[in-house]
Every structure is written in C-alpha cells, then in structure tokens.
Design a protein around this ligand. Structure first.
Ligand SMILES: [Zn+2]
Length: 59
C-alpha cells in the first residue's frame, strides 16, 4: 500500500491539470480553478466483512 494514488480530475471543476501541492502528502493544486485540495484515506468499509453470526448456540 502506498500513497501514490493520484486523482485524474479536479473534484471541483473537473479539469485534468492537477499538480502535486507543496502543502503535503495527498495535497493537489488545480491549475484550472486555482483550488487546492487534499485526498486522504479514511479507512476500509465495513461492507463485505460481515462474519456469519448465525451459528446455533444451543448445545
Ligand atoms: Zn479545478
């Protein structure tokens, strides 16, 4: 796992002219709309990890 993932489009104007920002890791500057934004990994989704809890408990 690395933090090399790069956005392809600006989430604000949709332009592709993104450059890595000096603000830090995951920060990008959009040359088209002059916005700076940051991408961050929040965590894994809980979906798909449900474990079966239907085991019969009567013995
Ligand atoms: Zn933009």
């Amino acid at each position: 796992m690395s933090e090399r993932a790069a956005p392809f489009y600006c989430p604000y104007c949709g332009d592709e002219d993104l450059r890595p920002s000096e603000a830090g890791h995951g920060a990008w500057d959009c040359a088209a709309c002059n916005r700076a934004f940051k991408l961050s990994f929040l965590g894994l989704l809980a979906r798909g990890t449900a474990s079966p809890k239907e085991a019969p408990s009567d013995d």
